[in-house]
Design a protein around this ligand. Structure first.
Ligand SMILES: Nc1ncnc2c1ncn2[C@@H]1O[C@H](COP(=O)(O)OP(=O)(O)OP(=O)(O)O)[C@@H](O)[C@H]1O
Ligand SMILES: [Mg+2]
Length: 274
């Protein structure tokens, strides 16, 4: 909370612009993600979703505008200070982005090794993270020996190893079959509901967002259950709901909840329904 008593966003973009020689990609984008909320960022290929996530992680600076993360103006900070903020952000890169020459364990341990933590601390943490994504058996394998879905799961384990309050997911189900996609979404749900993670998820698939909006992980029964089965648990806008944001031609074209998308009848939004 800030001095006025309002909840501060976990992530905010204020009038962000970014572009390259070929032209502007984002031309004045503003939005917020509140603590424990899930924001689904939809947009066709090349609309700037990955750029947005990279700016939120401080890996890239906007040409104009400001990005704040956990109250820190990450877009204006020197690299050394950004590192402290980045520790609080897990990043599941598009295509997983694992180090090919490292084992699964080494990939997952990477961040902890950077911090020079002793092996006896690292090992159980790595096992715990891999157990969470149900890949403990693959601990000594190389990424090349895994399926696409398994690689994505290793990438999630790597992102959660530091128990970050924010996780950015870049197209986590792209290129996966429906069953494997469901497994990934279930993991994202569990991470969110067990650890109260704030999630910003870029995707082409509206159904990923619907799954996140309509299901929750129930620790009492140890599995994902429909939200409707728990009346009264509908989360408020600032307390863990799921919102959708659609990019189009460098701007925010739509922002709202799933009901608003479904009711809109907007042909552009309908493209994401398939
Ligand atoms: N380093 C770069 N140099 C030049 N152009 C870039 C660079 N990085 C991104 N772009 C361009 O910026 C635009 C947005 O890229 P971005 O990767 O954010 O798209 P995206 O929405 O994530 O697309 P996809 O759904 O295919 O992942 C694209 O046209 C891309 O070619
Ligand atoms: Mg992308």
């Amino acid at each position: 909370m800030n001095l006025s008593g309002a909840v501060e966003p976990a992530i905010s973009l204020e009038d962000v612009h970014i572009g390259f020689e070929e032209g502007d990609v984002l031309r004045g984008v503003s939005f917020e993600v509140y603590p424990r909320e899930t924001l689904i960022l939809l947009g066709e290929t090349g609309t700037g979703k990955t750029l947005t996530l990279k700016m939120a992680a401080g890996l890239l600076k906007p040409a104009a505008g400001r990005v704040r993360v956990l109250g820190e103006p990450i877009s204006e900070m020197p690299e050394k200070e950004i590192l402290d903020v980045r520790r609080k952000i897990g990043f599941v890169f598009q295509e997983g982005a694992l180090f090919d020459s490292m084992t699964v364990a080494e990939n997952v341990a990477y961040r902890l090794q950077e911090d020079h933590l002793p092996d006896e601390v690292i090992e159980p943490r790595v096992r715990e993270a891999l157990r969470f994504v149900e890949l403990e058996d693959a601990i000594d394998r190389l990424p090349s020996e895994l399926s696409g879905g398994m690689r994505r799961r290793v990438s999630i384990a790597r992102a959660l190893i530091d128990r970050p309050p924010i996780v950015l997911y870049d197209s986590p189900t792209a290129g996966l079959d429906p069953v494997t996609s469901q497994t990934i979404i279930t993991l994202i749900l569990s991470l969110r509901d067990l650890y109260g993670v704030t999630s910003l998820l870029a995707t082409h698939r509206l159904q990923d967002g619907f799954a996140l909006a309509n299901f929750r992980f129930n620790p009492e029964v140890g599995r994902v259950v429909p939200l409707a089965a728990n009346p009264g648990e509908e989360r408020s806008e600032n307390g863990g709901g799921t919102r959708f944001l659609v990019y189009r031609e460098g701007k925010v074209y739509f922002e709202g909840d799933q009901h608003q998308i479904l009711k809109s009848g907007d042909p552009y939004l309908n493209r994401f329904l398939i």
